[in-house]
Design a protein around this ligand. Structure first.
Ligand code: 48N
Length: 316
C-alpha cells in the first residue's frame, strides 16, 4: 500500500487524512433520529455506538479549547479561584451582565475549592441567615433552622452553583490552570492590575525543577481574586502584591470567631488596589480578619459584594 500523500502546508486540516472516512459516514445533520434509553434497555445484543475516528475527538476538544483561549485572551473580568466565593461572584456577574466576557481561572482540576464538604470532612453545609437568600437565587434546597440554614450536602450547593455558572454563555472556566503572576501597568497611585499571567498548574508546580516554562496571559481591566486562605496557592494575589511591594505586608488571618469573621469578610470585600478586587477567605489574609470555620454564608455574600464592586468599576 503506497504511503499516504505528504501533507502539504496548504492542506485543510479540518478534513480527515483518509478521504474515504469522510465519504462513507456523512456528518450528522443534527436532526437525526434521537435514540432513547428505553430503546436500549433489554436490547444490548444489538447495541453499538456510532463510529468515530480518534482524531475527530481530538479536534472536537482542541478546536474549542484554543478558540476559548483566543476569545478570552482579552476578557472583561477574570475571576481567580472557583471556590464558593469565586463561583458566587461569577453567578451574580454573569447573570447581571451577559455582555461581559468572564474568565474563571482555577488551579485545581476540580473547581469548588473548600466547598465540597462542610467542616472536618462532614457533608452538611451551614449558612447563617441572610445567606439563605443566595441559596434561593441559585435554587439550592435547604433546611431552615431559624437563624441559620443547612444544605444537606455541601456538594449539592457547589455542584448546583457550578452547573449554573458553567451554563452562562459569557463564562469560561479554565481549570487545572493557575494564575502565577499579575499583569501590571504604571498608574498614579502605584501600579494598576491589568490582567493575569497563567500556566498549567502542573507546570507552575515544577518551575523549580524545569527551566523556562514561560506562561500565557489574559488582559482584563478587572481582576477578582478569591484564592482562599489555604492550599498550595492560597491567598496568591495578596502575597504577590507584597512581593512586588505594591502593599507593605499582610494582616495575617486571625483565630476563629464566626460572628466577627463573616460580617468582616462580606463588608470588607473591595478593590484593594486599582484593578484588583479581593473577596472570600483571601481577604482575611489582607485585613487580618478572623476565620469563621465551617460556615459558608460569608463566601456566598462576599461573592455578591465582589460582583457589585466590579460592576461599579465597569459602570463608571
Ligand atoms: O474555597 P477556597 O479555598 O476559597 P473561598 O474564599 O472561595 O472559600 C473559603 C472557604 O472554603 C473556607 O475556607 C471556609 C469558609 N473556611 C474558613 C475557615 O475559617 O477555615 O477556593 C479558592 C480556590 C481553590 O479552588 C484554589 O484551587 C484556587 O482558588 N486557587 C487558584 N486558582 C488559580 N490560580 C491561583 N493562583 C490560585 N490559588 C488558589
Amino acid at each position: 500500500m503506497s504511503p499516504p500523500a505528504a501533507i502539504s502546508p496548504t492542506r485543510d486540516y479540518a478534513q480527515p487524512i483518509i478521504a474515504k472516512t469522510a465519504a462513507s459516514k456523512p456528518a450528522s445533520t443534527g436532526n437525526a433520529k434521537q435514540t432513547t434509553i428505553a430503546e436500549m434497555e433489554n436490547n444490548w445484543d444489538s447495541f453499538a455506538f456510532n463510529p468515530i475516528r480518534e482524531s475527530t475527538v481530538s479536534r472536537a476538544m482542541t478546536r474549542r479549547y484554543f478558540a476559548d483561549l483566543d476569545t478570552h485572551a482579552e476578557s472583561d473580568i477574570v475571576i481567580i479561584g472557583a471556590g464558593s466565593c469565586g463561583l458566587s461572584t461569577a453567578f451574580v456577574l454573569a447573570r447581571a451582565r451577559p455582555d461581559l466576557k468572564i474568565a474563571i481561572i482555577e488551579a485545581g482540576v476540580a473547581p469548588g475549592g473548600g466547598a465540597w464538604l462542610g467542616g472536618q470532612l462532614f457533608s452538611a453545609m451551614v449558612m447563617r441567615k441572610p445567606a439563605d437568600a443566595f441559596l434561593r437565587e441559585v435554587g439550592v434546597e435547604y433546611e431552615d433552622e431559624g437563624d441559620y440554614v443547612v444544605v444537606k450536602h455541601a456538594a449539592l450547593f457547589t455542584s448546583t452553583l457550578l452547573s449554573k455558572v458553567l451554563a452562562f454563555p459569557n463564562v469560561k472556566l479554565f481549570n487545572a490552570t493557575c494564575v502565577e503572576d499579575l499583569i501590571t501597568r504604571p498608574a498614579e497611585e502605584g501600579v494598576r492590575i491589568a490582567g493575569v499571567v497563567t500556566n498549567w498548574t502542573l507546570v507552575s508546580m515544577h518551575h523549580d525543577d524545569q527551566s523556562c516554562m514561560d506562561p500565557n496571559t489574559i488582559n482584563a481591566p478587572v481582576i477578582i481574586s478569591t484564592t482562599g486562605h489555604d492550599g498550595p496557592m492560597g491567598a496568591f494575589c495578596v502575597k504577590r502584591l507584597v512581593s512586588m511591594q505594591r502593599i507593605e505586608k499582610l494582616g495575617g488571618m486571625r483565630g476563629l470567631d464566626m460572628n466577627v469573621a463573616e460580617d468582616a469578610i462580606v463588608k470588607g470585600t473591595r478593590e484593594i488596589v486599582p484593578g484588583l478586587i479581593v473577596g472570600g477567605m483571601e481577604l482575611s489574609e489582607v485585613d487580618g480578619a478572623n476565620r469563621m470555620g465551617p460556615t459558608f454564608g460569608a463566601m456566598a455574600l462576599s461573592g455578591v459584594k465582589a460582583a457589585e464592586e466590579a460592576l461599579r468599576i465597569f459602570d463608571v
